[in-house]
Design a binder for this molecule. Structure first.
Ligand code: NAD
Length: 300
């Protein structure tokens, strides 16, 4: 039996190549939330990346829906609890973009430590003023969320000869060169913090004023996971007073920003934001498309 698949966001063509023998596919990579609510009733499978939100209303309207596929990793744009209640399977592509996220994270650590972004901005205006930074060698890198990407970041940054500490509330394994610490210890001891946690749709902030107040003076924070790991309003104070010397992030609370604290943050020199580029490489997109298509076929 042919199923009907709706693809709501841009995906590599290898996905449709893999699915086309078993499914009838509609590719609508710019579909609006209103149109999705209206047409979802006709589909058995819906594929999204991070732009499209699969809300309770979308699931309610999807009377034939059997599979929700996230072409990527975080499923925080999907009401997974309601999907489960309705016996709809949610599949995703774990590990498919680890390499790409690791590479961008290392670049961000160096950008934060050496003011590379400011330097490049200056030379565009023919300003060759020297900016002093800090070496990563010998510094402590604290990983918040020691999963696939967190572990791979440690492995890749061993070349910087840093010390490694990590906090994760789950019983994950730590290699002998990574010290398991509490969240408070991570805040107090890290010179650089890399945030690599998974968040659910309704997860509370992990870093609020209480945790941020314990940070080392001049810490660099890199976030390539989800903005909601940090309370942005609380963080603003520590960016303005320089306690956080650099915040380099691939994710933002709203993308694009719309809240006042976000707009204020974007104007600060020590805040450097990229537009969610972590998995945006041709290699990662291909792996994501293949794994997502395979998962759909296996669950069908
Ligand atoms: P993973 O599930 O392998 O690891 C995440 C880890 O976070 C887990 O070990 C989990 O126990 C831990 N964690 C959860 N809550 C925590 C908390 N409160 N404090 C500390 N640790 C906590 O996931 P992964 O593949 O390593 O991905 C990590 C994150 O990167 C995800 O949020 C994912 O959405 C994000 N990501 C972003 C991009 C991007 O484009 N920037 C691309 C891929 C993945």
């Amino acid at each position: 039996m042919y199923g009907k698949v709706l693809i709501c966001d841009p995906v590599d063509t290898v996905m449709t190549d893999k699915l086309k023998d078993k499914f009838e596919i509609d590719y609508k990579p710019k579909i609006s939330s209103q149109e999705l609510l209206e047409v979802i009733k006709d589909y058995d499978v819906v594929v999204v990346r991070s732009r499209t939100k699969i809300t309770k209303d979308v699931i309610s309207n999807g009377k034939k829906l059997k599979i929700i596929a996230r072409a990527g990793i975080g499923v925080d744009n999907i009401d997974t609890d309601y999907a489960e209640e309705k016996h709809i399977k949610v599949v995703y592509a774990p590990g498919s973009s680890t390499e790409s996220v690791v590479e961008i994270t290392l670049a961000m650590m160096v950008i934060g430590a050496r003011s590379l972004y400011k330097g490049m901005e200056n030379t565009r205006k023919n300003d060759f003023t020297k900016l002093k930074g800090m070496e990563l060698e010998g510094k402590t890198l604290g990983i918040l969320g020691f999963g696939r990407i967190g572990k791979a970041i440690v492995d890749a940054s061993r070349t910087f000869k840093m010390k490694f500490i990590a906090y994760d509330p789950m019983p994950v394994e730590y290699p002998e060169y990574v010290k398991k610490v509490s969240l408070d210890e991570l805040m107090e001891q890290s010179d650089v913090i890399s945030i690599n946690v998974t968040m659910r749709k309704d997860s509370p902030y992990i870093l609020n004023d209480n945790e941020l107040s314990k940070l080392k003076e001049g810490v660099i924070i890199v976030n390539t996971s989800r903005a909601r790991a940090i309370n942005g309003k609380d963080m603003l104070k520590y960016l303005k007073n320089g306690k956080i010397s650099a915040f380099v992030s691939d994710v933002f609370w709203n993308e694009p920003a719309k809240e006042e604290y976000e707009m204020e943050m974007l104007k600060l020199d020590n805040v450097m934001i990229t537009p969610h580029l972590g998995a945006q490489t041709k290699e990662a997109q291909k792996r994501i498309a293949i794994m997502t298509a395979d998962n759909i076929i296996n669950e069908w």
